[in-house]
Design a protein around this ligand. Structure first.
Ligand code: ADP
Length: 501
């Protein structure tokens, strides 16, 4: 067996390949951006051949740069931007049109039209764990069948295949031998029954999608065939696949109920493992299948929520307000004052998300006095990130009845020690920051490595993984309650019904 695992990380703006050694260290990376297409306002597309070409190119470059042949690589794992939809011809291999990217809003009215009653919407949520939205693949497939010349007829004749980006890569890397996806990606299509583990016939009929288009659904750590091209990688097994957020959860070794990860990027993405329970949310969160180690006899689930204004708030301070020269400077500036002097920033730029769901609300800064300085506003902005995470976490605990068991962190803003300490204080929980914050790629590598026996168990991976720093809460209960009460009062004042009075 080879000494390395390669993870292919196919993201929204770039394709990457990362090398992992037996000690679970990321020891090589190749990356290539690709073009984004915006043919109309609100539309986002990728050229599927760009996705494939850049992913193959970085795989070749990584192996070439590191002097690797196929015998050095035990397995390849794939993680990918989720929901993005590709439809191609099974005979020619040609996509019928560009990939419709998860961010694309072109099907918003189609979703409203198809999911027109409360009972339909409720049934979708019960079956798929999702809140009906254009984001997920189902309406994107339907749009392609309705709008691309000849697509409907070809699909009815059994000539078209659908896949999320993982399926598209697998099909091409195996020269058309395997048309498959994994359970985590399937659970983001809005066609998959997350309780029974099958494509749901009622949903396929509702969206008018022929079942012959849909890929075979396999465990995340399982066989997806063998690479045939590019030739340098021919013969390497493909045996780990997960959508990016579930891969990150697995890469953070959050495999037990209550363990959670938050990614502090432009937005924040938080997932909490809920074990064997598919928890239905009453706080606007979605229920999704988590990636499992091989041999797990049942599905494992997670609750998922996101925050629109994460690191983007710090970008705004830097680029629009001119309060910072870099995002990293926010830490020093925040620490130059002992507290925010009563200032709160509520970053409801596009409304309040879960658990509030108030799209009409708009952002506000409270508690300004003649003594307020930029440092207070910067500090209050970083604190706002932590409060939003705490609110989301409260929603998850409320829905699941499961207590949080540590928060693992990654993403650009997790390097901010002030933010991490405040987050730990406000959650009254320990935070874990790994040495390798490439957790998405790590998750794909771990899934592949566990399947092929490169690592023996999830515990063996956990033992090898290095923690860079742990943050423990130091704030007194009284202080924490005072901070949170102030925040929640500001949330109340920000709600749209209050503004309208
Ligand atoms: P994405 O993958 O979403 O593009 P990244 O994970 O690269 O984002 O994180 C970048 C975001 O993190 C930016 O919005 C930036 O403002 C924020 N950020 C980066 N470093 C820091 C820091 N030290 N303190 C606060 N925010 C930061």
């Amino acid at each position: 067996m080879g000494n390395y695992i390669i993870a292919l990380d196919q993201g929204t703006t770039s394709s990457r390949a990362l090398l992992f050694n037996e000690r679970c260290e990321a020891c090589g990376v190749a990356q290539q951006p690709f073009e984004q297409h915006f043919p109309h306002p609100g539309w986002v597309e990728h050229d599927p051949s760009d996705i494939l070409a850049t992913e193959q190119a970085v795989l070749v470059k990584l192996m070439h740069d590191k002097g690797l042949s196929r015998t050095n690589v035990a397995a390849i794992g794939i993680t990918n931007q989720r929901e993005t939809t590709i439809v191609w011809n099974r005979v020619t291999g040609e996509p019928v049109c560009n990939a419709i990217v998860w961010q694309c809003r072109r099907t918003a009215s189609l979703v409203d039209h198809i999911c027109s009653t409360d009972s339909i919407r409720r049934r979708i949520t019960k079956t798929t764990g999702l809140i009906p939205d254009a984001y997920f693949s189902a309406s994107k497939i339907r749009w392609i069948l309705d709008n691309i010349d000849g697509a409907r007829e070809a699909a009815d004749a059994g000539d078209l295949l659908f896949g999320t980006v993982d399926s598209w890569l697998i099909w091409n890397l195996t020269a058309g031998a395997v048309h498959a996806t994994d359970v985590t990606n399937a659970s983001r299509t809005m066609l998959y029954d997350i309780h029974h583990g099958c494509w749901d016939p009622w949903l396929c009929d509702l969206f008018d999608i022929p079942r012959s288009m849909l890929p075979d659904v396999r465990p995340s750590s399982g066989s997806f065939g063998t690479v045939t091209s590019p030739s340098i990688a021919a013969g390497i097994p493909l045996c780990g696949v997960a959508g990016d957020q579930q891969a990150a959860l697995f890469g953070q070794c959050c495999t037990k109920a209550g363990q959670a990860k938050n990614t502090y990027g432009t937005g924040c993405f938080m997932l909490m493992h809920t074990g064997a329970a598919a928890v239905e949310s009453h706080n606007g969160l979605v229920t999704t299948i988590a990636a499992s180690a091989p041999g797990t006899s049942h599905f494992e689930y997670a609750l998922e929520g996101s925050i629109f204004m994460g690191g983007a708030l710090i970008q705004w301070l830097r680029d629009e307000m001119g309060l910072l020269s870099s995002a990293a400077e926010s830490e020093r500036v925040a620490l130059s004052v002992p507290d925010t002097a009563g200032v709160y920033v509520v970053p409801a730029f596009t409304g309040l998300g879960a658990p509030y769901w108030d799209p009409e609300a708009r952002g506000a800064i409270y508690g300004l006095t003649r003594g307020t300085t930029r440092a207070h506003i910067v500090r209050a902005s970083l604190e706002a990130l932590a409060y939003q995470v705490a609110d989301l976490m409260r929603g998850m605990q409320d829905d699941s009845g499961i207590a949080l068991d540590g928060l693992s962190v990654d993403g650009g803003a997790c390097s901010n020690d002030f933010l991490m300490q405040f987050q730990s204080d406000i959650l009254a929980e320990s935070l874990y920051r790994p040495s390798n914050t490439e957790t998405t790629a790590a998750g794909a590598a771990y899934l592949a490595g566990l399947c092929c026996g490169f690592w023996n168990s999830a515990d063996a991976i956990k033992d090898r993984r290095k923690m860079e720093r742990r943050f423990d809460p130091h704030m007194s209960d009284k202080e924490r309650i005072r901070h949170l009460d102030g925040w929640h009062e500001c949330i109340e004042r920000t709600r749209s019904h209050v503004v309208q009075k």
